[in-house]
Ligand binder design. Structure first.
Ligand code: BES
Ligand code: ZN
Length: 630
């Protein structure tokens, strides 16, 4: 079908020619069973209201020599009568053939857009059936990182992992890559002998199956998920159980440390269920990746992917696990319909994460984390154009990654906390639990959220409507007047010591006994710029900051090192930037270095030249423009 044919069909549908269309039925239907309303997603070529993928079945072989995944994606598709074609999203894929069980299908690959990739338009011989796409990925596929043995903890075997969010799944799977188009999936992955494959799905072959060229591993995900959550890891992986339905996969040398860090994961799942209803995905496992993993964590269903930089030895950074677990409700169950609605995933999740932390680690810890979130939000809002400080974002012509700021996370969470404090926790929790139930396994837009909260929480109470300032939070820049700063007594203690240090008290005389990680983060974040080398040396000497084993503390210290041009701190900076590739740490450090006149840029370029080959494409994609100017 040509573009004009699609337009004609769309027009006919809009005039009501087909009453069966999702979301167009005239009869009122209870929300939980209502057909999905497809909204236009500007980051996908798919037209799901015309033809959509309902299931993806992968049969792929991982070739570590060539850094290529190749094989077949079998797609179950459903089309409206007369559709005649289906549009998929692909980027940097080599398509070898498109066919049905009976023979080849005609297809065209449209023009390549640097952000979106290409539409793959396939002629459909039926309204419902299975099509097969034979394809291979390219070594530069942005969703995939192929690690050499040297880049792993064990140093002997290669490793592969995927990262789909936001729009990278299309670089390794030809499907409709929009968060509003849920698909079930199954997979058979062939990997060289000696490696284990895991996926964000139910594992059907715990030991794998022998094949002529390695071992095959089979998986299935029977609940429909957005394609950004399809995920794969292949490596020398061992497993340790944490609880009844929880466990951790990682390289053998990392297993004991990971299991010790995550002893509270089962308790976190229980706390989350007690708050907002049953965990609906069966198992909850973690995969602790090699240090080049570009994010802190990724909420792949049943199998959270996590950076090893959260293994601090004292569980001080496990809020990240609470966060990814919370996404099992906010994000994986109720999913942002488009990336402009990203705050619905992340803001809800940061709020929920903090409730889990409060339940498992106590109120003081939760309050400190809220206070850090407030500080991050203000720091970042000061740098952003005002339009990007709104919760609902205009991403026209932009990469959805532009929306990955503290606004979605911390302003979003602050918004929900403001509502909680206004209506009281009991009422708020009842609404939120209902929101997850009513909207489970469905896409959510910002407008639908507003409808839901007005229908089920505000219920026409005009005084409450005014007090909440819902529209201002979502559509106005900055923070509305009802935002309340969290107060942490534990941080008040720290502020007093910052003041003493600034007034000249030697570091060794500061009262820091018993400080926890979050207090150190706050201390290092609150130090004013302009510390001379002697004061920096005093701090480092007293507290051993340059050799901290806690990645957040080390990062906060290194930001001071850069901003104060503290030369003796540079070796620690270099060690840190060459030993991990988590973008949350790499990006601010490189940006800060490049901002330090003629001192920082040469250091940035020297370290980057060394570190870059080990970084993930997502990390280099952000850092290249900053350090290399390209
Ligand atoms: N889903 C995000 C990661 C993400 C967002 C990847 C957008 C790609 C595009 C994940 O849940 C997340 O927010 N991770 C945070 C950690 C969290 C504790 C704030 C991270 O990686 O830093
Ligand atoms: Zn998140």
């Amino acid at each position: 079908m040509t573009r004009t044919a699609v337009a004609a069909l769309m027009a006919a549908l809009a005039m009501g020619a087909c009453a069966e269309l999702p979301g167009m039925s005239a009869a009122p239907t209870p929300a939980a069973t209502a057909p999905v309303q497809y909204v236009r997603d500007i980051h996908s070529y798919a037209r799901p209201e015309i033809a959509r993928v309902t299931h993806v079945d992968l049969d792929l072989t991982a070739d570590f020599e060539r850094k290529v995944l190749s094989g077949t994606a079998a797609l179950d598709v459903t089309a409206e009568p007369g559709a005649g074609e289906i549009i998929l999203d692909v980027r940097d894929l080599d398509i070898h053939a498109v066919r049905t069980a009976d023979g080849p299908l005609e297809y065209t690959l449209g023009a390549h857009d640097p952000i979106l990739g290409q539409p793959l338009t396939i002629a459909l011989p039926f309204e419902a059936g299975r099509i097969f796409v034979d394809y291979s990925t390219r070594p530069g596929a942005e969703a995939l990182q192929w690690l050499t043995p040297a880049q792993t903890a064990g140093g002997e075997k290669p490793y592969l992992f995927s990262q789909g969010q936001a729009i990278l799944t299309r670089t390794w799977i030809p499907t409709q890559d929009s968060p509003g188009i849920r698909q079930t999936y199954s997979a058979r992955i062939v990997a060289p002998a000696g490696l284990k494959a895991v996926m964000a799905a139910e594992m059907l072959t715990p030991e794998g199956e022998a094949t002529p060229n390695g071992r095959a591993w089979r998986f299935r995900m029977t609940q429909p998920i957005p394609p950004y959550l399809i995920a794969l890891g292949v490596g020398d992986l061992a497993f340790a159980p944490l609880g009844q339905r929880t466990g951790v996969y990682t390289e053998p040398s990392m297993l004991a440390g990971s299991a010790a860090e995550f002893t509270q994961v089962e308790a976190m799942v229980e706390a989350a269920e007690a708050l907002y209803g049953p965990y609906r995905w069966g198992r909850y496992d973690l995969l602790v990746l090699p240090p080049s993993f570009p994010f802190g964590g990724m909420e792949n269903p049943r199998l959270t992917f996590a950076t090893p930089t959260i293994i601090a030895g004292d569980q001080s950074l496990v809020a990240l696990v609470a966060h990814e677990l919370a996404h099992s409700w906010s994000g994986n169950l109720v999913t942002n319909a488009t990336w402009s609605d990203f705050w619905l995933n992340e803001g809800f999740t940061v709020y929920f994460e903090n409730r889990i932390m409060e339940a498992v680690y106590g109120r003081e810890r939760a309050l400190m984390e809220q206070a850090l979130s407030w500080r991050d939000l203000h720091a970042e809002m000061a740098e952003l154009p005002p339009a990007d400080t709104r919760l609902h974002l205009d991403l026209a012509g932009r990469n959805p990654d532009d929306g990955m700021t503290a606004v979605a996370y911390d302003k979003g969470a602050l918004f929900l906390r403001t509502i909680e404090q206004t209506v009281g926790r009991e009422r708020f929790d009842a609404w939120l639990r209902g929101y997850f139930d009513r909207n489970a396994f469905r896409p959510m837009t910002t407008a639908m959220f507003l409808e839901d909260i007005r229908a089920h929480l505000v219920r026409g109470d005009e005084a409450l409507e005014r007090a909440l300032m819902l529209d201002a939070w979502i559509y106005q820049p900055g923070l509305p007047s009802n935002a309340v700063e969290p107060q942490s007594d534990a941080f008040a203690v720290v502020d007093a010591e910052v003041a003493r240090f600034v007034a000249g008290t030697p570091a060794a005389q500061l009262r820091t006994d018993g400080w926890v990680t979050q207090q150190w983060q706050h201390f290092l974040g609150a130090l004013p710029d302009g510390q001379d080398a002697a004061r920096m040396a005093d701090l480092d000497g007293a507290f051993g900051l340059s050799s901290s084993g806690n990645s957040e503390v080390l990062f906060a210290w290194l930001m001071n090192v850069v901003q104060n041009r503290y030369e003796p701190g540079v070796p620690a900076l270099e060690r840190f930037l060459t030993s991990m590739g988590r973008r949350k740490f790499t990006q601010p450090l490189y940006v800060a270095l490049m901002a330090e006149g003629d001192w920082g840029p040469p250091i940035a370029r020297r370290i980057y030249a060394q570190a870059r080959p080990g970084y993930h494409p997502i990390t280099t994609g952000s850092a290249d423009p900053v350090v290399l100017g390209e």
